[in-house]
Design a protein around this ligand. Structure first.
Ligand code: KG4
Ligand code: ZN
Length: 337
């Protein structure tokens, strides 16, 4: 079965074609980062308008890259939430309508399930059950995964998402959007001995996260010191280390509590090198294994949507003609495939 995947939940238009026998046949991405950069964050209306312009040309490009015709596609998967509602509606409308025209089934995909299953696109795939740390611009979750659609939320953020904390802290350091990669790059010049940021919510039991205090800590540290480049690099490093250490502490807890030996790391923030290294060290101590996607499949992409859609379409799940998208959509509401 060949599935066309459409991702348009935020500031990336991602299109891919996944073949259930041959794997990924095409994967193209258009990033709107340049469009939103001058505003310091994503402007929803501009995002929707750009998805409208880019989606069909990218679908054509993906078909050409795969050497396929429209008639070779057996199903369409599109991100239907969570995300920016206008942006989601673009992908959902185009995806559902094309499927009707081409007389093939369509399926609505949950964006975070896409992230969660992105490691399945790699050679060494995690076997169920496993625990997943899902860290993106909008979410921070620890999930027990017993199968596709069999998710138990074990930990969540009580305020900012991990990526959001990176983006906000980057902004106050005068760095460009998106903040995650910018902070990481600046942190390389940082002095690890200068500042120590707190590890929020680690001195009490539980698997929830809180990141907004770290941003405030960064504001105060900047105000109390010379506003020079070295200070900013030292703050970037202290912030990044605090986020990574906090996540490592919660991952250690979740491995101990569940007794599971496989940890999946996914979502935009999972592209972070320090986080990958730290969690790789952690799992070693537990005789466990760490799985994460290649960097381009950590951040938003069409491949994870095409893959996830293929699993659900193969299970016979399809979407009606009443096009729907949801800005909010709890992961735990999904049904097994
Ligand atoms: O998954 P994603 O592409 O979009 C959402 O679903 O939100 O995640 C984007 C987030 C942004 O907040 C970005 O700053 C963060 O992922 N990010 C990173 C890195 N690359 C992207 N954060 C830390 N380190 C990185 N290398
Ligand atoms: Zn995402």
């Amino acid at each position: 079965m060949r599935v066309l995947g459409i991702e348009s939940s935020c500031d990336e238009t991602g299109i891919a074609i996944y073949d259930t026998e041959k794997g990924l046949l095409a994967d193209v991405l258009y990033s709107q980062i340049g469009l939103h950069m001058e505003y310091g964050g994503v402007v929803p209306e501009l995002a929707s308008r750009d998805h409208v312009r880019k989606t069909l040309p990218l679908i054509k490009e993906a078909l050409q890259l795969a050497g396929l015709k429209k008639a070779d596609i057996d199903g369409i998967a599109y991100t239907a939430g969570p995300g920016l509602i206008g942006a989601l509606l673009v992908g959902a409308s185009i995806g559902r309508s094309l499927a009707w025209t081409w007389d093939i089934p369509a399926v609505a995909v949950h964006h975070m399930e896409g992230h969660l299953l992105a490691p399945m696109l790699e050679d060494d795939v995690p076997v169920f059950p496993f625990v997943a740390l899902l860290v993106s611009g909008g979410h921070t979750m620890l999930v027990r995964v017993d199968g596709v659609g069999r998710y138990q939320l074990l930990g969540d953020t009580v305020d900012d998402a991990a990526g959001e904390a990176f983006d906000k802290t980057a902004k106050l350091l005068g760095l460009s959007y998106p903040g995650g990669p910018a902070i990481s790059t600046l942190a390389e010049q940082g002095n690890p001995d200068r500042f120590r940021f707190p590890r929020p919510m680690t001195n009490r039991p539980g698997l929830d996260f809180s990141f907004s205090g770290l941003k405030t800590f960064a504001v105060n540290t900047l105000a109390e010191n010379d506003n020079d480049e070295q200070t900013k690099a030292d703050i970037a490093l202290a912030f990044e280390v605090a986020v990574v250490e906090t996540m490592a502490i919660k991952c250690r807890r979740v491995l101990e509590q569940t007794g599971l030996k496989r940890l999946v790391l996914a979502g935009g923030v999972s592209a972070n090198r320090r986080l990958r290294q730290r969690l790789a060290e952690l799992v070693q101590g537990y005789g466990a294994q760490l799985y994460y996607p290649r960097p381009e499949f950590c951040t938003d992409n069409g491949a994870m949507i095409a893959y996830t859609g293929s699993v659900r379409l193969q299970a016979g799940q399809t979407e009606s003609l009443a096009i729907q998208a949801k800005a909010r959509w709890p992961l735990a509401m999904l049904v097994p495939a």
